[in-house]
Design a protein around this ligand. Structure first.
Ligand SMILES: Cc1cc2nc3c(=O)[nH]c(=O)nc-3n(C[C@H](O)[C@H](O)[C@H](O)COP(=O)(O)OP(=O)(O)OC[C@H]3O[C@@H](n4cnc5c(N)ncnc54)[C@H](O)[C@@H]3O)c2cc1C
Length: 435
């Protein structure tokens, strides 16, 4: 196998850091190692960073795919010691300290695994085959194609409405499920109703199914109540205490025995570590719940002091007997910590434990409706809801989006959607709609 040069053009003069994944965590590592005495190579199977929190807006025609993605080379090019490699990491040879990509190998002195998560279907019959997850940009475009495709099919043959063509079941009452459900009813109500004048669009249904007793588990009671009542006021049928037990092309079966006639199941019910964690587990790396890499307090991979795992692929203890949630802040703060650990190891400093600072949670429900909770000193919580929560949500997402062009484009799209009650990118494009 050819030995690919890492950053630094092959002249191995400084410690080589390989970062697998250009998501929130991986990019944070690279940013904090920029300009430092190391050569960093970021590897990703996509040549772009994707901003996962806004995928649901791509799926529901609010934003273009390119608005929520940014080429990684454009991010790293300003840093002389950071390079990008486009490829999928398929294995790690711990003895030789190399990672395998499709077309070769990359040597490392320090390794950071930040390869994210993927949908977990929990072995539910038919779920992997017939549901639409939302974890990548490709997923978002596929869901958009599918939703628009079902409306086109029902327009051509109205009998399909009875068969469930316009019934959209969303599994999972976490932030993703709530955001998708809220955005779908809004899309139907304000846009597709006008696009399909011959179709009884008011017969379109969005059913949100959650196994627990309430929506938005990380939030406190008042925010959950607001989220539920806002969704119901907008027309979403919320079913809590219900679980999807089987999925067929046109039926979603619930634990209660009910079979919902639906051509669409959006899967937001569970995530597990990305497949790279399975590969590492096979090489003896310990994994925990959802296949996540069970890291040490310093975020090192047990048995491999030169390697770290951060973000969604890692099971990071929260110090209270549980684990930190799979959110962007955990990945980003983990990335910053690991950059410090690598520099510390080079300087001979002992490992330090990672400490997470919870900055709060947010979920949007739709136009001028969101819930946000920010922890304050003395165990108090700032709760925002309605328009204020929504504006806070918009501002924060704009802030974290990478690239001025993307920010401007998202802002313009949002302003346009808000002012005109319209959605621009409602295209069936890029991949075949799924049935
Ligand atoms: C729909 C959705 C909405 C969300 N909304 C929010 C939100 O509002 N707020 C919030 O805080 N969090 C949100 N999250 C969670 C948040 O996005 C994740 O916690 C965060 O992205 C984790 O960062 P990461 O770096 O661990 O992984 P990711 O950001 O997922 O990045 C992983 C990267 O690794 C790459 N990769 C994977 N396998 C390989 C391989 N074998 N070889 C090479 N590259 C590989 C992937 O292409 C990807 O670029 C949301 C997630 C989803 C799916």
């Amino acid at each position: 196998m050819p030995h690919l040069p890492a950053a630094g053009g092959g002249r191995v003069t400084r410690p080589r850091v390989v970062v697998v994944g250009a998501g929130f965590g991986g990019l944070c590592v690279a940013r904090h190692l920029a300009g430092k005495p190391v050569d960093v190579t970021v590897v990703d199977r996509n040549n772009f960073h994707q901003f996962l929190p806004l995928l649901y807006q791509v799926a529901t025609c609010g934003l273009n795919a390119a608005d929520v993605a940014y080429p990684v080379r454009g991010i790293v090019r300003d840093h002389a010691n950071v390079r990008f490699r486009h490829g999928t990491v398929t294995a790690v040879d711990w003895e030789r300290r190399v990672v395998a990509v499709e077309d070769g190998e990359l040597a490392f002195d320090h390794l950071v695994v930040a390869a994210g998560a993927t949908a977990d279907f929990f072995g539910i019959d038919g779920a992997a085959e017939h549901s639409l997850p939302l974890y990548t940009l490709q997923d978002a475009v596929a869901l958009r194609n599918h939703v628009l495709g079902r409306f086109e099919a029902a327009d051509a043959d109205p009998a399909l409405v009875e068969d469930g063509a316009l019934t959209f079941v969303v599994a999972g009452g976490g932030a993703t499920g709530v955001e998708v459900a809220g955005a779908l009813v809004e899309l139907f109500d304000v846009v597709l109703r006008r696009d399909f004048p011959d179709l009884e669009v008011e017969r379109a249904r969005v059913v949100l199914v959650e196994m627990g007793d309430d929506l938005l588990p990380p939030f406190t009671g008042p925010s959950r109540t607001v989220a539920r009542s806002t969704l119901e006021d907008r027309g979403v049928e919320v079913r809590t205490g219900q679980a999807v037990v089987a999925v067929e092309p046109t039926r979603v079966r619930l634990r209660s025995g009910e079979a919902i006639a639906a051509h669409t199941l959006v899967w937001g019910a569970g995530v597990r570590a990305g497949t790279l964690a399975d590969v590492l587990a096979a090489s003896g790396v310990p994994v925990g719940r959802g296949g996540r890499i069970a890291v040490e307090p310093s975020l090192r991979i047990p048995g491999h002091p030169e390697a770290f795992a951060i973000g969604d692929i890692a099971a990071t203890a929260d110090g209270r007997g549980g684990f930190l949630p799979g959110v962007a802040q955990v990945a980003m703060q983990g990335g910053k910590h690991v950059a410090g650990e690598i520099l510390g190891a080079i300087e001979g400093r002992p490992p330090r434990s990672f400490r997470y600072h919870d900055k709060g949670s947010m979920a949007t429900i739709g136009r001028r409706a969101a819930v946000a909770e920010v922890p304050l000193p003395f165990r108090r919580t700032l709760r925002l809801r309605g328009t204020l929560g929504w504006l806070a949500w918009l501002g924060l997402h704009l802030l974290y989006l990478i690239g001025f062009r993307n920010r401007l484009s998202v802002l313009l799209n949002w302003a346009w959607n808000y002012a005109t009650w319209d959605r621009g990118p409602r295209l069936i494009f890029g991949s075949r709609p799924r049935r």
